[in-house]
Design a protein around this ligand. Structure first.
Ligand code: URA
Length: 233
């Protein structure tokens, strides 16, 4: 069990314990502690949080759970998208909706399963109504993403889509001008290449050829990097 879940389990246990004291205080306290405590324990053991689901249904929050990342923690390839959508929010895994299925097919064309690469997003939570991530949200999630990159230590990072590319590189240069180059990311200068978002490719299938060229470019860069060549400008 992860540390986060141990903390949740402990909090749930303590709240349920205070329920015993609450029995003598007020029936509202009793129901409150019983509900919150049971919810925390449930989240700790199953990873599913019923309280988040209720809050989402009430419109208080728009996300069910954080969507952290998935795949091989020692992957050579890391794909970074923008933010979870509705399907990702429900399943707790990045790129599982229609766009995700296209990304999975693109990976397959490269000879990979999803488990072979690492997939994450700039934002860890679904923005309300799937709006674009705000700068402060991206900044808030950035330390998690930076740590994920450090831990996976990929040979190549692929920024999936304009928003991911511009946010990661801190630029407003158009996606078309960012493609076909290797960009250094962060202080460690991770090699990063840019491609179209699969959601865009679903709307503009004629651009799929360019996305495929981007992946082939990424593969060439990775092979050069593996051979010890300098891939960054
Ligand atoms: N789009 C993204 O950028 N990320 C996802 O996880 C799903 C859709």
């Amino acid at each position: 069990m992860s540390i986060d879940r141990l903390v949740l389990a402990f909090a749930g246990f303590m709240i349920l314990l205070s329920l015993l004291l609450g029995l003598y205080v007020s029936p509202y306290w009793y129901w409150f502690t019983a509900f919150v405590g049971a919810n925390l324990l449930q989240s700790a053991f199953t990873g599913f949080c019923p309280l988040a689901l209720i809050l989402r249904k009430l419109g208080v929050t728009t996300r069910t759970q954080a969507v952290f990342g998935v795949g091989n923690p020692q992957a050579q390839w890391m794909f970074i998208g923008e933010a979870p959508g509705a399907d990702e929010d429900r399943q707790g895994e990045p790129f599982v909706g229609r766009a995700g299925q296209l990304l999975t097919s693109m990976l397959k064309a490269l000879g990979f399963r999803r488990e072979d690469v690492y997939i994450a997003n700039v934002l860890k939570c679904r923005p309300p109504g799937n709006r674009d991530p705000r700068a402060e949200e991206a900044q808030e999630c950035r330390r998690y993403l930076d740590r994920q990159i450090e831990l996976v230590a990929p040979t190549i990072i692929v920024a999936v889509g304009r928003i991911a590319a511009q946010t990661l590189l801190g630029t407003d240069v158009a996606l078309g001008r960012l493609r076909g180059k290797v960009h250094p990311l962060g202080a460690r200068r991770w090699p990063l290449v840019v491609t179209y978002h699969p959601a865009y490719l679903l709307r503009s299938p004629g651009e799929k050829r360019k996305a495929w060229q981007d992946l082939l470019f990424a593969r060439r860069v990775l092979r050069l990097a593996e051979a010890g060549e300098q891939v960054l400008p």
